[in-house]
Design a binder for this molecule. Structure first.
Ligand SMILES: C[S@@+](CC[C@H](N)C(=O)[O-])C[C@H]1O[C@@H](n2cnc3c(N)ncnc32)[C@H](O)[C@@H]1O
Length: 291
């Protein structure tokens, strides 16, 4: 890969309230962009992310049509090729350590002197999502930190593997990490190696269907619609009494997702929220509405 697409969504700053901004941000990350820059230029808000150069322009065209249909005419979407070296330099300059919850800190692997008072997750996100910059990743990390018995888990939609690495550092016995994007699974393998955890996790390209289970719990930070579609798969995988952490949902979508998971037998308790995003946590009863 010699270049990336710099993909940009622009709108009038005054029109970009939190919900609009989060929604646009999400549309960019939905394309698989690992981090998104935000700039205010002459009364306009620009959100920009970087995508693999191999991505066909037709995929971007279809995505633009979809986003424009959803958002109306007030936004402008463009993309242009950018040299990969420029992206890496900008990215390394931009990305700072991110403390999460009580005990964790996500640490860019090229920085020296990690702190001693937190569990350090050294990470190189490569081209995959999951740097901790996004609220949904941080919400899942906080929920993992609060789960006393992580045991054997499945991370569905692992991105660069941040949640898998964190769960193992927090004391989980072993894990399966799956993602439909091979760039994500390659990044997860690299991050497990970086953390010397490769022997405690199995990484597979695909979705929940490639796993057999049972597992003690699952964490899945995808999108509301995907979590709803995968609800029967989570129920198939998690043992009765096991835990579930589900994010990637806007606060306004949480009730709908909760309903779908409850129908499959998940009893949901605490909801964590940050910046308009929600994370559902709970346990699998073993009994779906139909059983
Ligand atoms: C929002 S990112 C989350 C990455 C990481 N787990 C985190 O929390 O930062 C969602 C990931 O889910 C993957 N994904 C989307 N749909 C999926 C599906 N049906 N099954 C498995 N992975 C999926 C995407 O490729 C992407 O890497």
């Amino acid at each position: 890969m010699k270049y990336l697409w710099a993909v940009q969504i622009e709108t009038a700053a005054e029109a970009a309230d939190t919900e609009v901004e989060e929604t646009l941000y999400w549309y960019l990350t939905e394309l698989g962009l690992p981090f998104v820059e935000r700039e205010l230029v002459g009364g306009r808000m620009q959100l920009r992310g970087y995508l693999a150069g191999e991505t066909q322009a037709a995929v971007l065209e279809a995505w633009r049509t979809h986003v424009e249909q959803q958002m109306g005419g007030a936004i402008r979407i463009d993309w242009q090729p950018t040299a990969i070296q420029d992206w890496q330099a900008a990215w390394q300059k931009h990305w700072q350590p991110i403390p999460v919850g009580e005990r964790l800190v996500i640490w860019p692997r090229w920085l020296a002197n990690p702190p001693r008072d937190r569990l350090v997750i050294p990470l190189d996100p490569g081209m995959a999502f999951g740097t901790g910059e996004h609220a949904t990743t941080r919400l899942c990390l906080r929920a993992l930190e609060a789960e006393p018995q992580l045991g054997r888990f499945a991370d569905i939609g692992c991105g660069c593997g941040v949640l898998t690495v964190a769960a193992l550092l927090l004391g989980a016995e072993s894990g399966w990490a799956v993602d439909i994007d091979p760039i994500a699974t390659a990044a997860t393998l690299a991050n497990l190696e970086l953390n010397r955890l490769s022997d405690r996790a199995t990484v597979l390209t695909g979705s929940a269907g490639v796993l057999q289970g049972p597992v003690d719990g699952t964490v899945s930070n995808i999108l509301a619609e995907v979590v709803i579609d995968l609800a029967p798969e989570y129920a198939r995988l998690v043992r009765p009494g096991g835990w579930g952490i589900f994010s990637g949902l806007l606060v306004t979508q949480a009730d709908r997702v909760s309903e779908a998971l409850s129908k499959q037998g998940f009893q949901l308790g605490q909801r964590l929220e940050e910046g308009g995003w929600s994370c559902l946590t709970g346990h699998f009863t073993g009994k779906s509405a139909g059983s």
